[in-house]
Design a binder for this molecule. Structure first.
Ligand SMILES: [Zn+2]
Length: 172
């Protein structure tokens, strides 16, 4: 386990677990356990529609970042809501999936999720090999139904071309 990155000033009001900032969108159980890597469906919709950053929860500035796997690039959309650029920079270092520190997705549902309804996201991730991530810089996105999982919303850059797409460096 590497040393967690320094928490940037704009995220100091967020809770921290295991040295990592808990994203605004991360669900928390009644017992106070943060379910990193899970998206709360209601929060996901709120982020997408209200153009909020999924990490700090604040309104997105003029340019935002959508993290995309190769499979997302093909479809030009992702179910992960956008982040503001400062949160994107922090996430690229702090998030074990983005930084490459974890090589595969969790193969089992988090025990705290047992008995909760499927949020429509889990089958997208479970047991799949981790992929390289890309940072898609956009000025706007459209909220669409995911072409493969219509019950899931996604942020799309199909209609509005992105400013640029960078590969996320593997630092983990
Ligand atoms: Zn942010």
């Amino acid at each position: 386990m590497t040393t967690p990155p320094v928490v940037p000033p704009h995220l100091l009001d967020r809770p921290v677990a295991g040295g990592l900032v808990v994203p605004w969108i991360t669900p928390v159980t009644a017992g106070g356990v943060y379910l990193f890597g899970s998206l709360a469906a209601a929060s996901q919709r709120q982020c997408l529609h209200e153009q909020r950053c999924q990490i700090c929860g604040r309104p997105l500035p003029d340019e935002a970042v959508l993290f995309a796997r190769r499979s997302d690039l093909r479809l030009r959309c992702t179910s992960e809501p956008a982040t503001c650029p400062p949160c994107a920079a922090y996430s690229a270092q702090a998030c074990p999936m983005l930084s490459g520190a974890r090589s595969t997705y969790r193969t089992a549902t988090h025990p705290a999720l047992a008995g909760t309804p499927d949020d429509g996201q889990r089958h997208l991730r479970q047991g799949a090999p981790a992929e390289r991530w890309h940072a898609v810089h956009v000025q706007e996105y459209d909220v669409i139904r995911h072409p493969r999982w219509p019950q899931t919303l996604a942020a799309s850059w199909g209609r509005i071309p992105p400013v640029r797409i960078d590969a996320v460096p593997v630092t983990g």
